[in-house]
Design a protein around this ligand. Structure first.
Ligand code: DMJ
Length: 587
């Protein structure tokens, strides 16, 4: 209608429709009577233009404000204090993003099920599986996946996996890693038992059988576990590669699994073994809560070795507060150990990068001073990706296991809580930086931070990948890999749950998209990459079990409601197997 009217109205003015004889007087020559309309049109046109301009300005101002408050998902906003962005909405499921993660999970697990069902390791490029021992599979991959299948509702796949477990025998005549089998297989069985309604007795029986076969690892003069155990012969085996020493992460990351088993069975022997380990560690002198990575099971003492939060140290620090949360906060000794260790970390390991002030943790390496002959601890600005669990540990510690409202009232924090809160958030931001600053958007295994501002400027990043040889045909260093590790997304999940700040979801989404782009294989599964700074990427023929059990699970939870695995009622073991908190009845 409007269009037709508009088309008809100007006909008299249109040269195309005006008869050639018609004369159109210039506006100034029009007589007042005929020109009254024309004169009135001028100011109304002007008013209309002004109005349009005002509306456009207002719209632009509103749009600018909106963009500042809700940056588009592709923007990587690394400013933690961006007041315009920070808003705290209730934690609700993000269906689009969670479905995308679910699709990635199906693409991963179904490829494993098709190519390698029951195998301990999966090689998605050659479409095959392999086992850690010629004695047979130990359920390393499959049992590590069980609770993820339940969580994501893949019930048919779960049923097939559960039936495979029923036929599995742990009577395997070979040595297996005490720590790895505990966190993946024992933890996986216990979590699946809980999530399947605590009535599938087969799963609990399997857990008891496995734990009984692991117990001989603790038969040492000190009670510290040996690194390996022969499951068929029920015999502990010291680590041949490290002169029989055990690492503090191996010894201090068995507690959640063994204590929960005691709670379920009423048999306190499992708890007593792992509690004894903690007593041995506690009895040793530490550097403000920081401990060397190696101990000797013969004497129960520390051996002069690196102090670090990465490999061989990491999950010891993770399990301190988690032991406190697991038993419904009835064992305050672990809260205290956690707090002392966090102070020690802040005092001795936390550093700031030279130009952008990124907060990271360094390592302390014992070296003999040539001049004095004394052993000194030398600070090394190296940070493993493994260290990225620490942000979650710090934040969860402040909220006492997510028991505070979200977001918590920061003005109520004491001095140490404020420090830990700030430090946790800063460390997470740095971990995200090691993703978004690479060519692939994926983080390397290990970074070193520049200690001179000129180097950071010269190389364009605050950190670098060590041992990279110049030249196009050089093999990338092992530090440059990304093997689908979970620690950063683990911290993003926890940070989102305890702060409600949507920036953590944005960062997690960005990382997920990079995995999608560079690690997803069209034929099924996801693969590690050899160099995070190389395009196109080169894949390695391996999909780690923790991609399923941890990385994808944390991403799935990052986009879920807060009541899916509520953190005030569940404690996740270091392999992301959720175990319910309980009040001890048997000790
Ligand atoms: C996992 O097996 C566990 O999280 C362990 O504590 C350390 N690292 C891997 C994943 O990176």
């Amino acid at each position: 209608m409007v269009k037709r009217k508009d088309a008809a109205q100007p006909a008299a003015k249109s040269p195309a429709t005006t008869p050639p004889t018609a004369k159109v007087a210039p506006p100034q020559q029009r007589p007042p009577a005929a020109g009254g309309v024309a004169e009135q049109q001028q100011p109304s046109k002007f008013r209309f233009a002004t109005l349009l301009f005002r509306i456009a300005s207002l719209a632009f101002a509103l749009y600018t404000l909106y963009k500042r408050m809700y940056p588009p998902p592709s923007t990587v906003d690394l400013d933690l204090d961006n007041k315009a962005r920070i808003r705290h909405a209730p934690i609700e499921r993000d269906p689009l993003r969670q479905d995308a993660v679910l699709e990635a999970f199906k693409h991963s697990y179904r490829a494993y099920e098709k190519d390698a069902f029951g195998s301990d390791d999966y090689h998605p490029i050659s479409h095959r599986g392999s086992n850690m021992s010629p004695a047979g599979p130990v359920g390393y991959f499959l049992i590590d996946s069980l609770d993820s299948l339940l969580l994501t509702g893949l019930t048919d796949e779960y049923r097939r996996a559960r039936d495979w477990v029923e036929k599995l025998s742990f009577d395997l005549d070979d040595k297996f890693h005490t720590f790895e089998i505990t966190i993946r297989v024992l933890g996986g069985l216990l979590s699946a038992y809980h999530y399947s309604g605590e009535n599938d007795q087969m799963l609990l029986d399997k857990a008891v059988d496995l734990a009984d076969r692991l117990l001989p690892a603790f038969e040492t003069p000190s009670g510290l576990p040996m690194s390996f155990v022969n499951l068929a012969q029920r015999q502990g085996i010291p680590d041949p590669d490290n002169r029989g020493m055990t690492s503090v992460a191996e010894a201090g990351t068995l507690q959640l699994e063994f204590k929960y088993l005691s709670h379920l069975t009423g048999n306190r022997v499992y708890r007593d073994k792992v509690e004894k380990v903690m007593e041995v560690i506690r009895a040793q002198p530490s550097k403000d809560g920081l401990v060397p990575i190696f101990m000797t099971p013969d004497t129960g003492s520390f051996v002069l070795s690196d102090i670090r939060l990465g490999s061989r140290g990491d999950s010891y620090y993770e399990y301190l507060s988690k032991q406190y949360f697991q038993t419904n906060r009835t064992e305050p000794v672990y809260r205290q150990m956690h707090q002392v260790a966090m102070r020690g970390i802040a005092q001795h390991l936390v550093k700031k990068s030279t130009t952008r002030g990124l907060v990271y943790t360094s390592e302390l390496l014992p070296r003999r001073n040539a001049a004095t002959g004394q052993i000194e601890l030398v600070d090394t600005p190296k940070q493993d990706h493994l260290v990225c669990f620490l942000g979650a540990t710090l934040l969860l510690g402040v909220t006492d296991g997510n028991t505070l409202p979200v977001p918590p009232d920061e003005s109520q924090f004491d001095e140490h809580e404020t420090d830990d809160w700030y430090l946790g958030k800063q460390l997470i931001r740095t971990c995200v930086d090691t993703y978004v600053e690479t060519k692939t958007g994926l983080a390397p295994e290990i970074v070193y931070f520049h200690t001179h501002p000129n180097d950071a400027k010269k190389y364009g990043r605050e950190w670098f990948i060590n041992s990279r040889k110049p030249g196009p045909d050089q093999e990338p260093p092992i530090d440059a890999r990304n093997i689908l590790r979970p620690e950063t997304v683990e911290s993003l999940f926890v940070a989102y749950r305890v702060t409600g700040d949507p920036i953590y979801r944005e960062w997690g989404w960005k990382i997920f998209q990079a995995f999608e782009k560079h690690c997803r294989l069209p034929g099924g599964g996801y693969a590690s990459i050899r160099d995070v700074d190389e395009l196109p990427v080169r894949h390695e023929d391996r999909m780690e079990t923790f991609w399923i059990s941890e990385t994808l699970k944390y991403l799935y939870l990052l986009f879920s409601d807060a009541d899916v695995i509520p953190l005030d009622r569940y404690t996740l073991n270091t392999e992301a197997h959720p175990l319910p908190n309980f009040t001890p009845k048997y000790w």
